[in-house]
Design a protein around this ligand. Sequence first.
Ligand SMILES: Cc1cc2nc3c(=O)[nH]c(=O)nc-3n(C[C@H](O)[C@H](O)[C@H](O)COP(=O)(O)OP(=O)(O)OC[C@H]3O[C@@H](n4cnc5c(N)ncnc54)[C@H](O)[C@@H]3O)c2cc1C
Length: 718
Amino acid sequence: MERVVIVGAGLYGLIAAKTYLQIVGAYHDENTGKRTDEIAEIPVCFTESNDAPQKNSSESRLLVIDSASDIGGTWAEERLYPNLLSQNSYGLYEFSDLPLSDVVPGEHADDTHNQFILGWKINCYLRAWVEKWQLKKHIRLNWKVNDISRLETKEWKLKISVSTSTSPIQCITIICDKLVLATGLTSVPNMPETKGSSTASDNPAPVIHAKDVGEWARKHLGYRPLKAPESEVVRIPAKESPYPQLRSVAVYGGAKSSFDLVHFFATLHRNDPKLHLKSTQESPIQVHWIIRNRGVGPAWMVPPMSILPNGETVASDKAASTRLITHLTPCCYEIPKRLSIGPSGSLHWKGSWLARLFHGNPVGRWWISWLWRSIDKGLEDTAQYGSDPKMEKLRPENSIVSCASGIGIANQANLWETIRLPHVNVYRSAITDIVATVPGKTTDSSAKASVHLSDSNSIDEVDLVIHATGYKPIVPIRFEPASLRLELGLSALVDSRGKGVRENREIPAGTPERIDGPLESTIKDRIQHWEDLDRRSEVMVRKTLNATRCAFTDRSPPSWAESHKLVPYRLFRRMVAPELVAQGDRSFATLGVILSSTIAVVAEVQALWVAVFLTGGLDSPLEIKPNPNHALSLKNLSSVDIENAISEDVVLGSLTGTGLEVEAIQYNDMLLRDLGLNPHRLGGGFYTELTGVYGPSVYAGIVDEWKKKSQSLAVKTT
Ligand SMILES: Cc1cc2nc3c(=O)[nH]c(=O)nc-3n(C[C@H](O)[C@H](O)[C@H](O)COP(=O)(O)OP(=O)(O)OC[C@H]3O[C@@H](n4cnc5c(N)ncnc54)[C@H](O)[C@@H]3O)c2cc1C
């Protein structure tokens, strides 16, 4: 087995590891994942270049590396915070071979499948799943990959810093044959530019990013993420408590995470034992919720439960995980069914009947528009934005169906009632400055902040400022040379004016994703080549979107990229680098460069596609003409076809404003077709397929299905 390194032990990295081991036949028992071998901390084979092929053994040849001190990425123990609640209900965030409810049952056994999953339960689940597949010995925690380059031998070289609590940071180098990046889209916090939030002074303002709320809560609230079955929490009375009493907290941002944090602090004085806190708060905390006037604005918050067309009431994430919802979106990227003239002059049917029904005629379009207007209206009635000036500030600007809107599920208990509480204050302004202040009248001596807003208001004596301002969806690793980042199809920020390193407060020099000018000609040519291609794709994409009268969304670049040119990800199927594929190189892939409301639905299918790709399974020995109904054969796909597919994906994301979002089920359909597997998996007729819920369990058995299929193909070709 070749030496494989997977960077990232989150949801994607873990499933990629297990699937790869399955595909190369490393498990003795496919159902229990039983293996017997042990692995050295730094296996020797990963330290030497030109590693001679060894015995035909899978032993010690796969490493999963993560900079965190726990597995799980977003759900790692260090990133859990007290009210972290998945937007997914039971059955929609798990792997297909192990139901989450078997590991961490829901609170009310009679209605588990409609409950949303607590963050710490996902952590426990992933630990149990890692145990099941005996992955622990492959995982190296506290290993941070700083730098990646390629040797002439085509091996990958990774420079890594290893940290432990007991010894100084150690730098090591790892060499491997295959490299998989699963570093996630939420690893790099997006900190807004404010003048005074410097942490360099002796008494810095108490400012953190939402990513660090868990760590802050451990220190200041006695939060014990995994250790507190409710009855065992020993609460310390406020008077004897080493934990501070909070008076005032500011939350900056309008997305779902800001709703969660506002809810958390606004209800903290209720001292709910489910939060796993040792501290108690005696009085309500003033919550100052600041949302910019420009930008995406406040998110729409969908009720936790929705009704399916068959009348069943289910958790809203389940309703969103049906094929039907895709067809109801006004921005449908499908041609309505019509007769068209083929290259040979013959007439044939083209496009989709559902697109014709819903989007390809005025009545259908009127109905779709009425449907979404009434959904907006229903949500407005639930939130009661018009009930007072404070709530009015939370009214989203665009329809829920517009890509310019953020969306979340209102799954925190009594969300709207909580926001209406008098100690929750809402501001529509930008933070310009955060200044550390000497503690005032209050008794505790911890640092406080004054938060200055662009409308000249200021909020004083704030105990904590949290930037719930999202993440930069980039790979936080430096590539050597810098052009390698683009060669691998990864997103980058380039200094488009080519004036060399400029001072920029938001994007400090040395930030891995930043490529500074003057740009090498290879980089310039590569960018120019894609831009030319995009211009041609745009004509085609606009034509398809116009067929269903889709409205375009003009989404401005994210604030963190404003001063540079943001080069988008250019990955075929969102996973592999076109240049390497064209060279026949099957040694690199990425996972998780995707946004969707149901990530776990995609992870397993992507992991299989990548494992098959890396082991040459997409290089069919048969001459197959590119055809959407045939399994993919990369050898028979021209680099022009690959580049066109990528460009179309990028242009579609940019014109519609969907960016990295995908319709999970349709995306999986494409990958399963590539693998020669059946994408329609509900086992019923048309109506079941259209309205049935596609959860992860629907994809159970795909690895075995693929193995069987490839074995029968091997028999046919011999
Ligand atoms: C607060 C929050 C709530 C969310 N809730 C939901 C939800 O309810 N439903 C849903 O579908 N999605 C949700 N998401 C999205 C969530 O991130 C994905 O569901 C999923 O966990 C992504 O998995 P991943 O493996 O791609 O990335 P991650 O979970 O981010 O894992 C990436 C890993 O890569 C590691 N890494 C990064 N850089 C390096 C490096 N240089 N060296 C070594 N290791 C590195 C990181 O430490 C991390 O462990 C949420 C995200 C956040 C932040």
